[in-house]
Write a protein that binds this ligand. Structure first.
Ligand code: ADP
Ligand code: MG
Length: 713
């Protein structure tokens, strides 16, 4: 017997990981040393790219892609639609003598000009002057997308108008990372911990929740097809009450899908790590390891696209909407965020004797201050039609932004408020009472699932982000507002410490600063149950903003405070901020209008006709029964009652249709009208339809039911 058979095969994931990315390692192998070094200076230190370097990188990237079957390239960007965009160009052109040549120059790599007239610009450009450029982001690796025999080289780019205004989500994110780095470096210099550090990076690990629905059923639901959510549907007797789905065994078809999706993600370098069943039936989660914000953000977009693409191949549809089904949990995207030096030190790691770790406390309190000052902006950046069903709906974080710190940190901040902190509450060991099992170290605080912004050990978790959202925007905001607080703190400390830099002076100035921040901003910290009615009352007493709906929250996006902070840190100019406000409002109005029209159509052309068939059946039965000389007063009563339900549905359609005629030149006014009138009309309509569903004969009901959608996997 040979021992060779015992050598394990490399895991499949190991062999495919990064196979389709033009990663640093690939570049190092393929590029001349001097070119690679020059590129590193651009990637790591933001130095301008030499045009000859771009030509060489382009040639190498082209060879790499062609060897792997690529025929086309595209600048891959993230316009303000919230999706990604690509326009493919052939890597090959005719050589004029009957053959073809491959070409892809430095200019092709660095700059593109897609016809940009149809992307939303929120007023930044008129259509007639619609020039928009894409510009290569060398810090996010190029990759290949494959579909059937098509292989396309994708080059991550930013998207700007010819006036230089950002028309995408990536450029502001990169600007915000710069802003944060600059301010965080000042803090490190004060504490003398900046040796060897050239930048502070923000890191993000997003957890993505989604539903899977059988594809054949999906296509029979016009609401899912057009709105990605069900607009009608009576609750099934069994939903998530038994809590038997969460972390349960993954159904075989779903596992096969997950496996393939993960493999594709691995190929393009997305480090996916965990997968599990979520709370609602048919709901799942996938999470990658954290990466630098903008790479994490690019990868998040790829992840959403990959889930959708691969699900289809398994006879499934991946539904990313925040609330596809009423009555069961919706989906979110927990945005785990931290700051780290480029030498790999996590600045939000509290370490053992946390109360002595002043630098950590400074970074922590900078976040607390930022979140308190800009709670409204954090709320507004996750406002969307889908998220309206989720935030504050007793299953997702409440619409009031507060911070959960946990017992240990809360205790330290309380000590800071009074003076010099003297202790760190220690975590103890968890004794399982069974001698064969290990003793587990207990975390310093329990989890709090009801907090929208929770400290979870060595990072903050912003949980209000919606499952369809790009994480670029919330992270742009987080970075910018924390940069502002770090700036304030650094300025104050630099002044107090002076040129001499004595540690004693620094300590007393830092403590005084922390004390001030705790006093002024502790109101935003809350460790209790965020779903409870008491908290709503308490939050109002504390003066925390509570914006229940998107319509309440949108105006924050263009408030003076918001415009000022973006402008001050060079993240967005006033025009750029306002464009984002306009786009958000318009998108919300359009989505609600589409939902309203879809619902009216479903009611008018599917549900009411089915109800009439049912009614006729009952009426004929009554006539036939009575004709046979048998009294059937119960059937007559049932018929009367049912005809009443049909009447309610008819009335509701008329009201809904009348409301849909309403227009307004001002999108904000239109949004208010929709909130106040169209949404209630849709709720009435839905209630009428859901009642009919409970009575109409199952074989006459025209739509797959919740039971089928949620449980047929
Ligand atoms: P949970 O207990 O909430 O599931 P995990 O430890 O599994 O937490 O992490 C959830 C996400 O947080 C993962 O994507 C993980 O990579 C990410 N994460 C961990 N540390 C950091 C960090 N320092 N910065 C950003 N994200 C992080
Ligand atoms: Mg988590």
């Amino acid at each position: 017997m040979s021992f060779d058979v015992l050598v394990p095969e490399p895991s499949r994931l190991e062999t495919v990981y990064g196979a389709d990315t033009f990663s640093r390692e690939v570049m190092q192998r393929r590029l001349p040393k001097a070119v690679f070094k020059s590129l590193l200076r651009t990637m790591d230190h933001g130095e301008p790219l030499d045009p000859p370097v771009a030509d060489i990188v382009a040639a190498s990237m082209k060879d790499w892609a062609v060897e792997r079957g690529a025929t086309h390239f595209t600048h891959w960007f993230q316009p303000l639609t919230g999706l990604t965009a690509e326009k493919h160009d052939s890597l090959i052109s005719p050589d004029g003598t009957g053959g073809v040549i491959y070409n892809f120059s430095g200019t092709d790599l660095v700059q593109g000009e897609p016809d940009a007239s149809s992307f939303p610009s929120g007023g930044l450009r008129a259509t007639f002057e619609a020039r928009g450029y894409t510009a290569w982001d060398p810090t996010s690796p190029a990759f290949l997308i494959r579909s059937g025999r098509a292989v396309v080289l994708c080059i991550p780019t930013g998207f700007v108008s010819w006036t230089g205004e950002a028309l995408d989500t990536k450029i502001p994110l990169l600007r915000s990372m710069e802003a944060l780095s600059k301010q965080a470096m000042r803090i490190l210099r004060l504490f003398g911990t900046d040796a060897g550090v050239s930048r502070v990076l923000t890191t993000v690990g997003p957890e993505q929740e989604y539903f899977l629905v059988d594809k054949a059923l999906y296509y029979r639901r016009p609401d899912l097809v057009t709105c990605e959510r069900t607009l009608v549907g009576a609750r099934p007797p069994k939903g998530q009450q038994l809590e038997d789905h969460y972390f349960g065994a993954i159904p075989p078809r779903v596992l096969a899908f997950m496996n393939e999706a993960e493999e594709e993600l691995y190929r393009v370098g997305v480090p996916v790590k965990t997968r599990h069943n979520e709370v609602a039936p048919g709901q799942y989660e996938i999470a990658p390891l954290f990466e630098i914000s903008h790479v994490a953000s690019d990868h998040q977009m790829l992840l959403m696209e990959t889930l959708r693409r691969v699900a289809d191949r398994h006879g499934l549809k991946a539904i990313l909407h925040e609330k596809p089904f009423a009555g069961v949990n919706g989906s979110g995207k927990h945005n785990n965020w931290s700051m780290a030096t480029d030498t790999g030190v996590n600045l939000l790691d509290p370490q053992d004797e946390t109360h002595t770790n002043l630098q950590f406390l400074v970074f922590l309190c900078a976040v607390v201050r930022a979140v308190d000052i800009h709670a409204d902006l954090l709320r507004a950046c996750v406002a969307s039609a889908g998220n309206d069903h989720r935030l504050g709906a007793n299953e997702a974080p409440p619409a009031i932004i507060s911070i959960f710190l946990g017992e240990m940190l809360t205790d330290i901040l309380m000590q800071v408020e009074k003076g010099l902190p003297k202790r760190t509450l220690k975590r103890d060991l968890l004794d399982l009472g069974a001698r064969s099992m290990p003793q587990l170290p207990r975390h310093s605080g329990d989890r709090n699932r009801t907090s929208p912004f929770a400290f979870t050990g060595n990072k903050f978790e912003f949980r209000a982000v919606g499952s369809t959202h790009s994480i670029a925007w919330p992270n742009t905001i987080l970075n910018t507002i924390v940069a502002e607080s770090l700036d304030m703190i650094a300025t104050e400390l630099e002044r107090a410490v002076g040129a001499a830099r004595s540690p004693a002076k620094l300590e007393s100035a830092a403590l005084a600063m922390l004390q001030k921040i705790v006093k002024e901003h502790k109101r935003v910290c809350f460790d209790g149950d965020g779903y409870s009615e008491e908290w709503h009352v308490e939050a109002e007493k504390r003066g925390l903003p509570h914006m229940r709906t998107s319509v309440d929250a949108f105006p924050v996006l263009k408030s003076k405070k918001t415009v000022d902070v973006f402008k001050k840190y060079g993240v967005l100019a006033k025009s750029e901020v306002e464009s984002r406000y306009h786009i958000a409002v318009e998108k919300w109005v359009k989505q609600l209008t589409i939902e309203g029209e879809t619902l009216a159509t479903i009611a008018r052309t599917m549900i009411i006709p089915a109800a009439m068939r049912h009614q006729k059946l009952v009426a004929e039965t009554v006539t036939a029964t009575e004709g046979a000389g048998v009294d059937c007063p119960e059937s007559v009563a049932a018929l009367e009652r049912f005809s009443g339900f049909v009447g309610q549905a008819r009335t509701a359609v008329l009201a809904l249709e009348a409301e849909l005629l309403h227009e307004s030149a001002d999108p904000w006014k239109h949004a208010q009208r929709i909130q106040g009138h169209l949404i209630p009309a849709m709720q009435e309509m839905r209630a009428a339809c859901d009642t009919l569903e409970l009575y109409v004969a199952a074989d006459l009901w025209p739509l797959p039911t919740y039971r089928e959608l949620l449980f047929l996997q």
